[in-house]
Design a protein around this ligand. Structure first.
Ligand code: SF4
Length: 69
């Protein structure tokens, strides 16, 4: 299962990814992305892979990654 990973050393919490992928990410009280299913690395359903790839491409800090198959 492909998962989303946030590099917390790079993320600046501007929340762009939460706007592009609200199904999997929501902003916490400081604007950092948290998983909507409360897991560290949310699983990405196949149907959401194109949206997840788009969010990864648009992360201004290159902090968002897809991991796994
Ligand atoms: S878009 Fe990138 S830098 Fe911005 S909150 Fe998401 S992971 Fe962090």
């Amino acid at each position: 299962m492909t998962r989303l990973h946030v590099d917390w050393t790079a993320c600046q919490g501007r929340g762009h990814c939460t706007e592009l992928l609200p199904e999997l990410l929501a902003p916490d009280e400081w604007g950092y992305p948290r998983s909507t299913d409360d897991t560290k690395e949310p699983a990405v359903p196949v149907a959401l892979l194109p949206h997840a790839r788009r969010a990864v491409r648009h992360c201004p800090r290159l902090a968002l990654h897809l991991v796994g198959p």
